[in-house]
Design a protein around this ligand. Structure first.
Ligand code: ADP
Ligand code: MG
Ligand code: MG
Length: 251
């Protein structure tokens, strides 16, 4: 059965309806790309799945592993295996990245009934993953995302995913602000996390990212709905013909 099922989702932000009946079904092991122009509601969808406050769900439902996701608090969703890599990762001055990673990882392990990692085991895991992502140890001593470049912030999100091992990874415009080398490194990190029981939802408005993270399915969002779905070739068709044709269909 589906890992994530979004059924006819309607969402309001600040009294305005942003998502107008969005449906999406994601099975374990699949990578889905969501493409669409700026303002089509891509980040809104990711925020509602993660449980960010400020969104009013006025219709529809979201099931995760068959359970009502919207009834769960954000930390409960994370504990169940939902991870959102934000388009704009937040800075947390005064909390060292290493401390943040350890606290979050242990909280998650605890909620899953798993023992805390010992300090040496934790350090070993972080160093391994950080090394594979080209993240210097020095960066992990700095406040979370404080003074990180765009590329470093995105790599830090991939580092969190690799440590937390979520069953659903949502990547919101991971490519924004990345140069080609940073994009390649971050994408390799993401691809290393593809497994038969983990699914990914990759949000982007450029086809370029999908050369690196090759999706199984592509969905086009326009004005708060999925207006077309297809295979990876749909991304190339969009690159050639643009979004305007779908904007008309959604209006
Ligand atoms: P995308 O990620 O596809 O660019 P968003 O989900 O960020 O789109 O935004 C969809 C629409 O919702 C836009 O018209 C945006 O202005 C509006 N919107 C998003 N967040 C807010 C907010 N906090 N207050 C008011 N409008 C918002
Ligand atoms: Mg946007
Ligand atoms: Mg967005």
């Amino acid at each position: 059965s589906a890992l994530l099922e979004v059924k006819n989702l309607q969402v309001r932000v600040a009294e305005r309806e942003i998502l107008h009946g969005l449906t999406l079904s994601v099975n374990p092991g699949e990578v889905h790309a969501i493409m669409g122009p700026n303002g089509s509601g891509k980040s809104t969808l990711s925020h509602v799945i993660a449980g960010k406050p400020g969104y009013e769900v006025t219709g529809g439902e979201i099931l995760f592993k068959g359970e009502d996701l919207l009834a769960m608090a954000p930390d409960e969703r994370a504990a169940k295996g939902v991870f959102l890599a934000f388009q704009y990762p937040v800075e947390i001055p005064g909390v060292a990245t290493m401390t943040f990673l350890r606290t979050a990882l242990n909280a998650q392990r605890k909620s899953r009934g798993e023992a805390e990692l010992s300090t040496p085991d934790f350090l070993k895991r972080v160093r391994e993953v950080a090394g594979s992502l080209g993240i210097p140890q020095e960066m992990l001593k700095r406040g979370v995302n404080v003074g990180f470049s765009g590329g470093e912030k995105k790599r830090n999100e991939v580092l969190q995913m690799a440590l937390f091992q979520p069953s659903l990874c949502i990547l919101d415009e991971m490519d924004s602000g990345l140069d080609i080398d940073a994009l390649r490194i971050a994408s390799e990190g993401v691809n290393a996390l593809r497994t038969p029981d983990r699914a990914m939802v990759v949000i982007t408005h450029y086809q370029r990212l999908l050369d690196y993270i090759v999706p199984d399915f592509v969905h086009v969002m326009s004005r708060g709905k999925v207006v077309k779905s297809g295979g990876k070739e749909l991304a190339l068709e969009l690159e050639a013909n643009g979004y305007a044709q779908y904007q008309d269909a959604a209006a």
